[in-house]
Write a protein that binds this ligand. Sequence first.
Ligand code: Q9C
Ligand code: ZN
Length: 342
Amino acid sequence: MKTIFSPLHAGHAGQMELISGGLVPGFEKPSRAEYIRARVEAEKLGPILPPAEHDIAAARRVHAADYIDFLPTVWPEWEKAGRSGSAFGFTWPTRGLRADVRPKTIDALLGYYSFDAGASFVAGTWTAIKSSFDVALTAAGLVKDGERAAFALCRPPGHHAGAAFMGGYCFINNAAVAAQFFRDRGAAKVSILDVDYHHGNGTQEIFYARADVQVLNLHGDPMTEYPFFLGHADEKGSGDGEGFNVNYPMPFGTAWDGWSASLEDACARLEAYRPDVVVVSLGVDTFEKDPISQFKLKSEDYPKIGRRIAKLGLPTLFVMEGGYAVEEIGINAVGVLTGFEQ
Ligand code: Q9C
Ligand code: ZN
């Protein structure tokens, strides 16, 4: 299959994140995408092509217009305020506070448009976000035009970004944008299968009240795992969307046996839904050596994931999400793709 990749991701570098009592260099770093790109080449998965530029209007189909307009202003406003380092918020409108009044300073706006301090900006961040969006839409275009599958090597990732919030290393929800792109170009139904270790809270929020996009999420139980405040099994969709959101929270230590049982159930739900196309939010932070995760999948498990997804027999877009054991991220992500092609 073809891989779409942009070198512009590399400008999103050196950003800091808040974790375990300190400010540390972000785990979501450029080498992640470079390891994957190198492995695509080594495994001869197929050609690696640059993205075509797409109108940002496609992002407004799933995100609030004011949120999308805000993103390119962050770094310039941060510099105007005399700041350097990483731009992130430190105050959030939680229960009992006013989330309905849009504030006016950069510090307040960063809090207003995020749910954590995990999506910080540096000088090259907006360019990288836009390139990741272009990567997703270019790969989606290949699948729309008849390719069996394509790989959007997105960086930064997207599944924690909601209609009007960023967080968890995510700014624009690339998988959601791609799903909407398929809907806008003739697909009646789309399924998003999110296999990243963390719950895709942004994807769930975007499609929660919709029946035309089924969202299936396999992840660490939010009772004890980030992003904590969404992803429980009783979240099944609302209104028209009732029954079209499915969560599979799993405990720390889950290995292939438990994880693949959830995958099997999710695939059965997906087959019953009969979508025209599948978008896979492909995170490989389920890996046993991932530095921020608690599942126990092994490198030999990833091709099995790909084979099971291939058995669905549907056009498939793979969108890169998380995965932080940089040595093995390429082996595991490309393992899913080569397994799919077997
Ligand atoms: N102790 C993605 O995989 N920090 N985002 C978690 C865990 C944020 C993950 C801290 C993790 C975000 C796309
Ligand atoms: Zn993740």
